[in-house]
Unconditional design. Sequence first.
Length: 371
Amino acid sequence: MTLRFTVSATDGAARRGRLETAHGAIDTPAFMPVGTAATVKAMTPEAVVETGAQIILGNTYHLMLRPSAERVAKLGGLHRFMNWPGPILTDSGGFQVMSLSQLNKVSEAGVSFQSHIDGAKYDLTPERSIEIQHLLDATITMQLDECVKLPADDKRVSEAMQLSLRWAERCKTAFKLRDGYGLFGIVQGGTNGALREQSAKGLIKTGFDGYAVGGLAVGETQAEMFATLDVTTPHLPQDRPRYLMGVGKPSDLVGAVQRGIDMFDCVMPTRSGRNGQAFTRRGTINIRNARHAEDPRPIDEHCRCPACRNYSRAYVHHLVRSDEILGSMLMTAHNLTYYQDVMQGLRAAIAEGRLEAFAAGFHAGEASGDI
Ligand SMILES: NCc1cc(CSc2ccccc2)c2nc(N)[nH]c(=O)c2c1
Ligand SMILES: [Zn+2]
């Protein structure tokens, strides 16, 4: 194995672990902020480190279009380019092609599309996706896969899952083995348990350093997502990390950790933060709401972030209402800090065998309101 993953404690299906990589270690369960265009929007790398994040995400689709993978390589790779000292996981690009580009077409060869920036034509094959992620010097590389939007019929979901399995093999063949670097397979199959099991077993036969669960948070309910995890994670190796892609809100993270997920990414804390949504242990508030206009209290008096340590709700309300850049900076720092503190709480609860009590307390807090 090129990536060492050790599980130090379990609590039910949940695992407390540590993933050692060429660019540093990751304590799991972990939340990975999304740094789409070589930046976690509105945050310097130092501010991201201060939240407690150890690994961030980069995006093959965006970076291949601008500035191009070759240019990032010429400048020393993504770590050097964006001055991020820790591990970086990059997605393979297929998911963003289907959600962002125009005139995209999927075939056995890969996905062809036109750039949403300038209309230029591109062919993204499994081999090219792996090459791009190599040029970026991604610590963790994701296979190219096909994710279908739900609801979709079983035939369509099965075809996409089988294609993803064939692409997984091609990605494994193209991936250059380096100690401390890893390649993750992506389990597909919609909400169909038999297709999920078939996908997991097919990926395990090929063999990967970690296994992502893709194709969720694409329109299904939280109950359907959890039910799918219940019939997916038991088929995955105990000694390899599991990554639930594009998930989610805090209660999604708690429920998915209880079902054996170790890694998460989501644009919610950053994107909704810029739009004024603040996550707190007593639920969410929108700081743009008039009720905060003269509130001298911090967003969350228990929070250690720069926004809560130094500013009032009234001030952040003013900044966000005025569309000031500092408003995005403070809201993003707060939300990412809150997400990291939830993950820290989950890691400690698993290590001490009290995850059920932690989850109960978390849900009670979210429901308590009065924020
Ligand atoms: N909505 C869930 C979701 C999100 C992402 C994107 S996760 C991401 C986003 C930006 C940067 C890095 C990873 C996915 N990526 C792939 N490859 N496959 C999926 O099924 C999938 C499902
Ligand atoms: Zn805060």
